[in-house]
Write a protein that binds this ligand. Sequence first.
Ligand code: MSP
Length: 643
Amino acid sequence: MAEFKGKYYISTPIYYPSSNLHVGHTYCTVMADAMARFKRATGYDVMFLTGTDEHGQKIQTIANEKGVTPQAYVDEIVGGIKELWKTMEISYDDFIRTTEDRHVKRVQNIFMKMYEKGDIYKGEYEGLYCTPCESFWTESQLVDGCCPDCGRKVVAAKEEAYFFKLSKYQDKLLKHFEDHPEFLQPEARKNEMISFINQGLDDLCISRSTFDWGIPVPIDEKHVIYVWLDALTNYITALGYSEDDELYQKYWPVNVHLVGKEIVRFHSIIWPAILMSIDEPLPKQVLGHGWLLLGGGKISKSKASKGPDVIDPVVLIERYGVDALKYFLLREYTFGQDGHFNNEVMLKRLNFDLANDLGNLVSRTVSMIEKYNDGVIPDATTHDEIDEDLKNIATGAADKVEAEMDKFAFNMALEEIWVVIRRANKYIDEKTPWILAKDEARKPELDTCLHNLAETLRIVSILINPFMHTTASKIRKQMGIALYDIVWEDAMEFEMLYQEKVKKGDAIFPRLDIEKELEELSQLASKGKEENIPLQLKDEIEYDDFDKLDLRVGKILSCEKHPKADKLLVFQVKMGTETRQIISGVANDFKAEDLVGKNVVVVANLKPRMLRGMESKGMILYAENGEKLALLTTEAEDGNSVN
Ligand code: MSP
């Protein structure tokens, strides 16, 4: 076991469940997961937190548009997010949803603490509001008149609101930045934030009264808590803050909040000020990572349909596997900088690094041990400079990986591991085991070569375990080494294997035909595009127009042809206490007897009309379904209102 080094708490941002996540979102979570696994491996007691940020106007609007409650809407998307993390084998210790009771209650406690401290007051907010980002901006913060974060239009808005005295903490924040140079990284972000504070901090609006999908302000039920106070506090509510403090006492302050660069401001200014207000310690570090870009801009869901690059992580994982995607994200990009995402760069990396370098090393080593020593890893009895060099590089890698991980340089940590892998491939070429095998007198040298390759692969399996643990297990399985109990310190030792029996398996990373893959991915991307051609519709209506309809559930008691019109069917429909006659022009679409007994949706307040001498009171609803009409039926009992 590794020596116990203390606790390590790492968080990702909590994601908006406004739609499914794309590969840009997975980037941060994959980094946090690799770090959490690495810290566990190197002797830390880790708390890895992620979750979802479920309140706010945007979610409420989308849910309304879809005709479902915000809770039902987020439940479905969050289910998908959890499924994605399960598929990607993300090893989080807790997943917090801001709609959970534990969070709601604790956020209200935090609000009260700030209020009692005298840090919250009621005022009126006037500003320029970006609805998608749920942020108010000042004129000077806009970029080309649009939201500086997302580039979309802002609208003038004014409302009664509660405010947090952020300005009160300005000097204390600056001092914190000065006293703790490591608090915010990378350096460029830190300088931005310091100059932001120096421009003067306005008090922060922390409530809304124009929508109600949020946590009620405990002292004023007309207001809900504005999303950033609700969201940022997740990092302590998940630990039980203000109710059951055991985890809080153990893990807070967090070691690292890993966040995208556009939300660094919230994490390094607003969040610390909230913590100062409630007299709690500040995060040890906030790390801002760059964005994955597609076609020059940040990857966003709307870009998914523009092709030719596939950005849906589920599709990429189905084709190439979880470890391939994780490897690519961690190896390709430099922490803190933006990087371009495209399928070709990804496929090349997978082929060069995984199929060629690592995959070949495993398959060559196992094949040779099978061929030259009956599948048993031989002992090493000889020694030369080349052996020594391989050993030194292999056993020296763990410290180098650790040094890079301390800097969050995932790409360099992986590069250090690939130095070992490439050295081992070169070692095979230098040692030429196929020549050694021809001369019985050189069998000891051949044995040493095979043994050293096996030891190197054992070390590689330990080193890659935090980043790609399934691959680590696959390698160990082929090498006949125990799958469990992978101990980091064992990567610093060379002589640990003793006559294990190897067994060749499938290629751990099959070689990809890049041209063919690109073609298929581009088809997949454009397929999504075709499926999303807007429907040809009648003119748009206002919500108020729709709201005039009184929709009720009715049961069809009888249905007959109209005596004077071939196209009309005459229904008797029971709606609660009342039974009515309704006539529809659908005789060409349905057989009268098929409709009896169905529970249907009726526009109950439609003005009565005479149709060929018979009164029709209301309208049964049908929807266009291609060429045909579909009757809107329901499992609900008659008499219920449905809108
Ligand atoms: N809900 C807030 C965070 C609250 S944390 C207390 C939020 N959610 S988000 O879903 O919009 O974004 C979550 C994270 O995903 C952010 O850190 C953001 O930077 C990251 N990314 C979204 N698109 C991304 C890329 N294209 N590339 C890299 N990261 C990306 O903000």
